[in-house]
Design a protein around this ligand. Structure first.
Ligand SMILES: Cc1ncc(COP(=O)(O)O)c(C=O)c1O
Length: 413
């Protein structure tokens, strides 16, 4: 990796930039600091999962198999069938599902295989929305590929429009990362969106990495899945879907998820794990098997996020209009100047949020499409959030009134 690439990794990491922005500023207002910058659920995973890990203690002495256990793959398959209406015959659990030690890690690894396959054929580009989850760009760079950013602002309903991608870019693509519900915007892809991207991926021979780690947290209807679109097309070719227990089961510390889809890529992913990845430990797989088989704790979790979004709507609706996302647990608020708002929220109210510009790159027009926004992770108990959201409204109201511009429309969604 050349020096520029190493520096771009350090320079663009959103939390490195946030720490620098807030360096030396005291959290104010006499409030206990509340970190709404990081998407880390602050709830406990269900007790039965922790018991399952404890009960499987004799398995810590064993190396875990790369593809996990049959019980795990069967539970993951059954969940895909329940959640997305996928038929049993469509998924061969032994060839099309692999447990992963966190989807972040798996999303990173997949670029290593996709770029290694694509680059010798002149297909070294890694496509992603702008703004985007930072791992995608980091993975593209480390894999020796070239990130290519697709507009995903209000003009494209906060998702990358497949019809707007220049054909030359599609021909050079090794892969595309697509996230639904999207981090940070909370936008939800339709079945048609997935169908159109799948058609392009097959026409131009690139891989879709469908990051659906927020699939279980939504406002009204369950977000359509890429795997269901693949089934409707009759094939899982060129598609991998990534699912996680971090958000679904509030268990980010377990580092447990799975990847499913095109068997050719699953076997490449397994090879990477064999050489230098982390296979999911057997006690964690035992707990994960139970978690993918249970819906009650997920419904409870979803209800908690709903309560938080209701509070956010009440506090921030008068300023922003609709703030509730279609899915995921982030508010994505157009505050005019995301960095200024982040500084003032920290200085005046001890609330840490992420400036949206830190999740985006400057586009061809010289504009950072995330810069007007802040991302707010509603990952605490609603009771902990209620006062904070009121304080946030007071600070944002005054920051925006005193700002050099006040936009009347298009602030929220
Ligand atoms: C869009 C997106 N994808 C993937 C991940 C990674 O989740 P995990 O590695 O915990 O499964 C996150 C975590 O914040 C995320 O926001």
């Amino acid at each position: 990796m050349n020096q520029d690439r190493v520096e771009s990794l350090a320079q663009f990491h959103p939390f490195t930039r946030l720490n620098k922005l807030l360096e030396g500023i005291q959290p104010g207002g006499g409030n206990t600091p509340l970190l709404l910058s990081l998407g880390e659920p602050q709830f406990q995973p269900p007790a039965f999962a922790l018991e399952a890990i404890a009960n499987a203690k004799e398995l810590w002495s064993k190396y875990p198999p790369t593809l996990g256990t049959m019980e795990f793959r069967t539970a993951a398959k059954a969940w895909l069938m329940r959640r997305y209406g996928v038929e049993s015959a469509f998924i061969d659990a032994d060839r099309m599902i692999a447990p992963v030690s966190g989807t972040r890690e798996a999303l990173f690894h997949i670029a290593l295989s996709a770029v290694a396959l694509g680059a010798p054929k002149g297909k070294g580009k890694v496509l992603m929305a702008n703004p985007f989850y930072h791992t995608y760009a980091g993975a593209a760079v480390v894999a020796g590929g070239e990130p290519a950013f697709l507009p995903a602002g209000p003009e494209t309903a906060f998702l990358p429009d497949p019809d707007a991608v220049p054909p030359a870019l599609l021909r050079e693509a090794a892969m595309v990362y697509l996230c639904s519900p999207a981090n940070p915007q909370g936008s939800v892809a339709s079945a048609d969106f997935w169908q159109r991207w799948l058609a392009l991926a097959r026409q131009h021979d690139f891989l879709i990495a469908a990051d659906e780690c927020y699939a279980e947290i939504y406002t009204d209807l369950p977000p359509p899945g890429a795997i269901a679109a693949a089934q409707a097309s009759g094939s899982s070719d060129n598609l991998l879907v990534f699912h996680s227990l971090s958000k679904r089961s509030s268990a980010p510390g377990m580092r447990s998820g799975f990847v499913a889809g095109d068997a050719r890529y699953i076997s490449r992913q397994a090879q990477l794990i064999n050489y230098g990845g982390v296979a999911v430990p057997l006690p964690v797989l035992a707990a994960s098997t139970l978690l993918w088989s249970d819906e009650a704790h997920v419904e409870e979790n979803r209800a908690r996020y709903q309560a938080s979004f209701d509070l956010a709507q009440r506090a921030l609706g008068p300023i922003f209009g609709n703030v509730k996302p279609g899915g995921g647990f982030f508010l994505w608020l157009d505050v005019g100047d995301g960095e200024q708002a982040a500084v003032e929220l920290w200085r005046q109210a001890a609330i840490k949020v992420l400036p949206g510009g830190y999740m985006a790159r400057v586009d061809a027009d010289g504009r950072n499409p995330g810069a007007p926004y802040i991302r707010v992770a509603l990952v605490y108990e609603p009771t902990q959030l209620a006062g904070a959201l009121e304080r946030m409204a007071a600070v944002l109201g005054s920051v925006m009134d005193s700002g050099d511009r006040m936009r009347i429309s298009g602030r929220g969604r």
